[in-house]
Design a protein around this ligand. Structure first.
Ligand SMILES: NC(=O)C1=CN([C@@H]2O[C@H](COP(=O)(O)OP(=O)(O)OC[C@H]3O[C@@H](n4cnc5c(N)ncnc54)[C@H](O)[C@@H]3O)[C@@H](O)[C@H]2O)C=CC1
Ligand SMILES: O=C([O-])CC(=O)C(=O)O
Length: 263
């Protein structure tokens, strides 16, 4: 039996928990101290529910961050210092160059690796491979229904409640997008890191009352040729910002702990 630890236990983590592959158990959950009692009530007593990595008694096979950008910042260093494997979904936190550098240093010091998960998008394998021969251009367009942008900085740009047509409320770099929209544009940072970097990746974000799905469109051009990938993702029932595929990309990473054929 393999053991995983979740950092965060929100909509995504609860979905992943329900879909845990056979032979893997949830051993621990790290949440803010104010949430510990509530989460303990939701979980079997065998699961350690704590507010800091240092409080965990177990030895996990994989730690998965699903706690938002602040959660990654708070706990990732402690995971790497213990040489535990870390998979990250709030990739947008790495738009903070100081955090990226400091995690890289800790990981190198402890010979640890950090797995950046593709989350709500597909095509990161092709984009990363294409980079080896040089990429000229990478763009990302994120289009969600207005409800998917509620509670974000978009509310300061457009009136999401009265929108009648597709409205572009952000144009800029992947780094800016990931920082301005921490719960909505992590994929922009992932695409940046996989391809030509966060500052060279151009991003457009759109609230569109005509769509029901979270629609991510990636375009890349380089010496490999051209690539267009579009994902029309169904959001999680408990969080309209988060695409179901983001949770499934974590299930995939957990499955890989036990797999002989890794695909
Ligand atoms: N890469 C991708 O494709 C995507 C990434 N995300 C990221 O995943 C995160 C989680 O998504 P959801 O579960 O839908 O959000 P959610 O808001 O439902 O859950 C967040 C959870 O993190 C916990 N948390 C907050 N701060 C924490 C901290 N400092 N330490 C430990 N736990 C903390 C909360 O208590 C809650 O349990 C999002 O905030 C976003 O950053 C979300 C969607 C797609
Ligand atoms: O789940 C999605 O559609 C994408 C998302 O929120 C993010 O990248 O933060």
């Amino acid at each position: 039996m393999k053991t995983v630890v979740f950092i965060g236990y929100g909509a995504m983590a609860q979905t992943v928990h329900r879909l845990l592959p056979q032979g893997v158990r949830l051993g621990g959950v790290v949440v803010p101290s104010a949430a510990v009692a509530e989460i303990k009530n939701k979980l079997d007593t065998s699961v350690e529910v704590v507010s800091a990595i240092a409080e965990l008694q177990l030895e996990p096979d994989l730690v998965v961050e699903m706690a938002g950008q602040a959660g990654l910042k708070e706990h990732a260093g402690a995971v790497l210092e213990r040489c535990w494997r870390l998979a990250v979904i709030s990739v947008g936190a790495l738009a903070d160059a100081d955090l990226l550098d400091s995690l890289q240093r800790v990981a190198e010091q402890h010979q640890a690796q950090i797995q950046l998960l593709p989350g709500a998008v597909a095509g990161m394998d092709g984009l990363r491979a294409a980079r080896a021969l040089g990429l000229e251009q990478v763009t990302y367009q994120g289009r969600k229904p207005p409800t998917g942008w509620k509670g974000s900085y978009a509310e300061q740009q457009v009136d999401l409640d009265t929108l009648t047509e597709a409205t572009v409320f952000f144009t800029g770099t992947a780094r800016e997008a990931a920082q301005l929209f921490p719960a909505n544009a992590n994929v922009a940072a992932t695409i940046g890191l996989a391809g030509i970097g966060m500052d060279a990746t151009q991003v457009q974000l759109i609230a569109d009352p005509a769509v029901q799905r979270n629609t991510h469109t990636i375009y890349a051009k380089g010496d490999f040729g051209e690539m267009t990938v579009q994902m029309k993702g169904i959001a999680l029932a408990d969080n309209p910002k988060t695409s179901t595929l983001a949770a499934l990309s974590i299930v995939r990473a957990i499955e890989q702990i036990n797999q002989v054929w890794v695909i």
